[in-house]
Design a protein around this ligand. Structure first.
Ligand code: SF4
Ligand code: SF4
Length: 408
């Protein structure tokens, strides 16, 4: 079928952040590093996407079926940035695709399965559709105080650990570790909202800005200076994307005077960074033996996107008895994405197209008894795969492994 040219859409994509497309010289390296290359039944021509944008033939088809196919391709990207890390020209393909998604979002065009997620988020401030006032239910028996400005850290658990019964154990384990180390921390409960990361990646920029603004105001009003996150997605968003928003004068809290920069600053820590520091300082000592072989899965937003590779591994190896194993060729920056980013968590790809299944098989083949993760999305994606594949593999968050290793 002949491509349909549409320069209006092209210019719109450029305006929305797609200008990087001009840097691409079509070497094809991105295609080989994209996790979809590991799925035998899928061909995703990633390297052609910047070119299609430049030529004005991206999401421009007038044929309904062809357009649906193009939209599906655009939403296959899970934002893992494997392509970015290998591109000789530094092209950020997920940003280009986000620009396309923004335009699709304007016309309400996204995979059907994502539409209820967006409306739920809009209505309840979290993607699970849970009552906002129950945001601190995970902590109800743990005697965790509400954050006040005398505390060093705000703990921001992420929506899934707040509401999802399995993932709540991650937030509870985190609290156990922090309490054991006498860290002065609190939570904001119903005063905080979803960080908005997935919403932005799906192309819904306005909703992201609303959520982010609510959080920034809540952090500022409470006097937050340091934030601990369970999710690498919240971590990256607070660290990089909220910082972009803070450059806008209305979010500065007060007017800058005489060249003085009064923007609020939040120091962001992922739990693995803080846990590692606490172990190094001797504030917690893992003592209970765990005689298991563990593969650690580098989450994209923690490893490749933020360079945090060592801390999670140091925590795991501090647990007596653990043998840490690496997956050959797919470790550290080459880690295979779980498939849960940029909306992937909610898209039910056929079994043979699930990246998480490939990753779980890699861990099993490497000899793992436990697949350790440091991200609520990875936890859910891999636990689903283990069930579907009917195999013996425990999936545990590092906070759970660490909390279990501490004396009572
Ligand atoms: S690796 Fe970079 S330059 Fe090469 S085709 Fe992909 S986006 Fe273009
Ligand atoms: S971000 Fe990941 S999934 Fe998206 S195009 Fe790049 S390598 Fe593929």
């Amino acid at each position: 079928m002949r491509a349909t040219l549409n320069y209006e859409i092209r210019d719109f994509i450029m305006e929305m952040g797609g200008k990087e497309a001009y840097k691409c010289f079509q070497c094809g390296k991105c295609m080989s590093t994209c996790p979809w290359a590991q799925i035998d039944t899928v061909t995703l021509p990633v390297y052609r996407m910047p070119q299609n944008v430049k030529l004005g033939i991206s999401v421009s088809s007038e044929d309904k079926n062809e357009l649906a196919r193009e939209v599906e391709e655009v939403f296959r990207c899970v934002g893992c940035e494997a392509c970015v890390s290998q591109c000789p020209k530094g092209v950020n393909i997920p940003n280009i695709l986000r620009a396309i998604r923004r335009i699709l979002g304007e016309y309400g065009s996204c995979p059907e399965v994502l539409k209820p997620v967006i409306s739920t988020l809009r209505a309840s401030g979290n993607p699970l559709g849970q009552p906002h006032e129950k945001r601190n239910e995970w902590a109800k028996d743990l005697e965790i105080s509400k954050f006040d400005n005398q505390m060093e850290f705000l703990y921001f658990p992420c929506c899934f650990p707040c509401y999802d019964t399995r993932t709540q154990k991650v937030a509870q384990s985190t609290a156990k570790v922090l309490k054991k180390a006498n860290v002065l921390f609190g939570i904001l409960g119903a005063e905080e909202w979803c960080c908005g990361e997935a919403v932005r990646k799906m192309g819904f920029e306005k909703l992201f800005t609303e959520l982010a603004t609510s959080n920034i105001i809540a952090f500022q009003s409470a006097g937050v200076r340091k934030i601990i996150t369970t999710s690498p997605h919240c971590y990256n968003t607070f660290k990089k994307e909220y910082t972009e928003l803070l450059k806008i004068p209305q979010y500065t809290g007060q007017q800058a005077g005489e060249g003085k920069d009064v923007r609020p600053r939040f120091e962001i820590y992922h739990t693995t960074q803080l846990f590692d520091m606490l172990i190094q300082e001797g504030k917690i000592i893992p003592q209970k033996q765990l005689n298991k072989k563990v593969v650690y899965h580098d989450a994209c937003n923690l490893g490749r996107i933020n360079g945090i590779y060592d801390e999670p591994r140091k925590i795991i190896t501090s647990i007596p008895g653990v043998e840490l194993i690496e997956v050959p060729n797919f470790s550290h920056e080459y880690s295979l994405c779980c498939g849960g980013g940029s909306g992937g968590l909610w898209i039910d790809w056929p079994k043979e197209e699930r990246m998480a299944n490939v990753r779980v098989k890699q861990a099993i083949d490497a000899g793992a008894e436990i697949l350790a993760v440091a991200c609520p999305y990875c936890l859910q994606m891999f636990e689903d795969s283990v069930k579907v594949m009917d195999i013996e593999l425990e999936v545990k968050d590092i906070s759970e492994l660490l909390a279990d290793a501490l004396s009572d």
